[in-house]
Design a protein around this ligand. Structure first.
Ligand code: PLP
Length: 357
């Protein structure tokens, strides 16, 4: 099965092999060493400023989005949420659940976020910003530097969901001034799902350490205290953390974060060039590297997903909700090659020759 979804994605053979090993006991110096190594790689690849820390969470990335809201924001904040799709919607709902005062900047599906949109909220007393740097539902990339400048000017706490953008799109935590960067194991890290990382800048560490959180599992101060010695408060997904270690070393050996970003960008470009011959339109005005959202002009998007699965052994990523019939997505992350793009395009052309597209 060839997997072009946006997570879980295909793993390298080496990462798969680690998944086949027995899972060791973890309250040991060896496991602590591995965790501290994972932290150093994450800080380096996120280009995090000095004094940053990493929380390794055994939950999907939505859990880390929730933990970030709970630990870094309070009822005395006034937060701006960028909502251009289902992941922006998730931040909006988290603010509602945790009673964080907020306003929402709504964008249409695929719409680019411009300076003009953003500066309507300038000088209005906002204290925090929640944004998904790649709104994966439509593959729209927001400008992390423009948002960072706006946050600096307005003295806002800047939380970035980079779940599908980390290692796919350029992101410099120190330069853009992000306080929090969230990502997960099953996106560009190309490991099984189950672990999510929260990189906390110095201001975020301070907030977390002073937060009064009504939760045991999502108390990030407890997570960071344990992480001082490379440990976690509770049993983590030990096997996946070992696979993450293998993968981070792979990325380092292949040239580091920038080389991986260039690889994903080339994978996306190759697909976008090849698909031009087919009766499809691109959805995003500002495409992220990790995924391409495609609108089939003459066919139902979900039917294409089913047909590829049932007759070609290929998974693309269907969209949910309102876009189920009109949009499908093709991921460029994980263990995929340009040749794999050709295989997908050939399958689509075969469907076209049969009058199905
Ligand atoms: C995948 C993704 C998430 C997290 O989804 P989980 O199912 O909780 O892992 C969050 N935000 C974005 C932008 C994503 O792409």
């Amino acid at each position: 099965m060839l997997n072009f979804t946006v997570g879980p994605v295909m793993c390298s053979d080496e990462v798969c092999a680690v998944g086949g090993e027995q899972v060791p006991y973890f309250r040991t110096p060896d496991f602590s060493k591995l965790m501290l190594e994972n932290e150093q790689f994450m800080l380096k690849f996120a280009k995090a400023p000095k004094g940053s820390r990493v929380a390794f969470m055994t939950n999907s990335s939505t859990g880390s989005m929730e933990a970030s809201v709970m630990n870094c924001l309070t009822a005395s904040d006034k937060v701006l949420v960028i909502n251009g799709g289902s992941f922006g919607q998730r931040f909006e709902e988290l603010c509602e659940i945790h009673e964080i005062p907020h306003d929402v900047l709504h964008l249409n599906p695929g719409q680019k976020l411009t300076r003009d949109h953003l500066y309507e909220y300038d000088g209005k007393g906002y204290t925090g910003l929640l944004v998904n740097i790649d709104e994966t539902s439509t593959g729209v990339l927001y400008d992390s530097e423009m948002l960072g400048e706006f946050c600096k000017k307005n003295r806002m706490f800047y939380i970035c969901d980079c779940v599908s953008a980390f290692l796919a799109d350029p992101f410099d935590m120190e330069h853009c001034g992000a306080d929090v960067m969230i990502t997960g194991s099953q996106k560009v890290l190309a490991c099984p799902p189950g672990v999510s990382m929260i990189v906390l800048g110095p201001r975020a560490v301070e907030r977390v350490m002073n937060a009064k959180v009504k939760s045991m599992y999502f108390d990030l101060a407890d997570v960071l205290k344990n992480m001082d010695r490379g440990q976690t408060p509770f049993t983590p997904a030990v096997g996946i953390l070992r696979q993450i270690n293998k993968r981070l070393k792979e990325i380092e050996a292949a040239g580091g974060a920038d080389a991986e970003i260039a690889r994903v960008a080339a994978q996306a470009q190759d697909f976008r060039n090849k698909i031009k011959e087919l009766p499809f339109e691109f959805v995003s005005e500002s495409p992220a590297n990790g995924v391409t959202a495609v609108h089939p002009v003459n066919a139902d998007a979900y039917d294409i997903f089913m047909e590829l699965q049932d007759h070609y052994n290929i998974w693309i990523c269907p969209n949910g909700g309102d876009m189920k019939s009109t949009v499908f997505r093709v991921g460029h992350i994980g263990y995929l090659s340009h040749e794999d793009n050709t295989t997908l395009i050939e399958a689509l052309k075969d469907m076209q020759s049969k009058g199905k597209i």
